[in-house]
Design a binder for this molecule. Structure first.
Ligand code: URA
Length: 251
């Protein structure tokens, strides 16, 4: 017997934490009965449904890289019926979902998958997956602003970890800055630039874990190659199925 949220995550429904939320939201049925207790144990032989759709264990795993335009939300469904990243990916019958989030106003790379363990691995802060953003910001950054962004600064509910920062363009009253971070707090990059007094005007994510947007137009998607999936996985040492992976010690 395994916990219902683990069955759902292993079947590729979402990350384990998200599966707990689905259960709490009353979206999961076991043998026709809605279950709202995340700890519920199942054998796997029951008929298990999410949003009325039967979930089978061990679906084919799908890994997609999407270059999201602004104006789309990073979830499977939106309570206000706005367009979602799923609307941009056609012809995939598996129930995929985005790994992490990009703001409605942010463009750039996002991974979609039905592999819950892979999603957990990429999102766990301990794994430190590097995400690179290009931000167009108001004003010109001083050397001190750059140092504060690099060293870590208070963004209200969190002090950020060290980041890499590079000014790649400056014009009258605006700067274009590349920033690489390893965390994923809500609106983190926007809040970091706000904290140094340079609000973000435009933001795009150009790389996740070394996979870049090169050759992938905005609004388009492609499958990740075996080599790319392997590259993301090989950064981690996994201690067995169902457990979290931990990043290898840096040499
Ligand atoms: N940081 C932000 O502020 N927004 C995003 O969409 C991603 C990172």
């Amino acid at each position: 017997m395994i916990r219902l949220q683990k069955f759902l995550a292993d079947a590729g429904v979402s990350s384990r934490r998200k599966c707990e939320e689905l259960i709490l939201q009353g979206r999961v049925q076991v043998n026709g009965k809605t279950v709202t207790e995340p700890g519920t144990k199942v054998a796997g032989s029951e008929e298990i449904k999410v949003d009325g759709k039967v979930i089978r264990s061990g679906q084919k795993k799908v890994y997609i890289l999407l270059n999201k335009p602004t104006g789309y939300i990073s979830s499977v469904k939106d309570q206000f019926s706005r367009k979602t990243v799923i609307d941009l990916v056609s012809g995939i019958k598996e129930r995929i979902y985005p790994v992490g989030r990009l703001d409605y106003d942010t463009s750039g790379l996002i991974i979609l998958t039905n592999d819950g363990e892979f999603a957990n691995m990429l999102m766990h802060p301990r794994n430190e997956v590097e995400k690179v953003y290009v931000a167009e910001v108001q004003g010109r950054l001083s050397a001190d602003d750059v140092k504060r962004l690099e060293n870590g600064l208070d963004i209200g509910d969190h002090v950020t970890s060290p980041a890499r920062v590079k000014i790649i363009g400056e014009s009258a009253g605006r700067s274009v800055v590349e920033i690489a971070i390893h965390e994923g707090k809500n609106r983190q990059v926007r809040r970091m630039f706000e904290a140094v007094g340079h609000p973000v005007l435009r933001l795009k994510r150009t790389s996740i874990g070394g996979i870049t947007d090169r050759g992938l137009e905005v609004g388009k998607w492609r499958h990740l190659s075996e080599a790319e999936i392997e590259m993301l996985r090989s950064e981690y040492v996994s201690f067995g199925h169902g457990k979290r992976g931990y990043k290898k010690e840096k040499q």
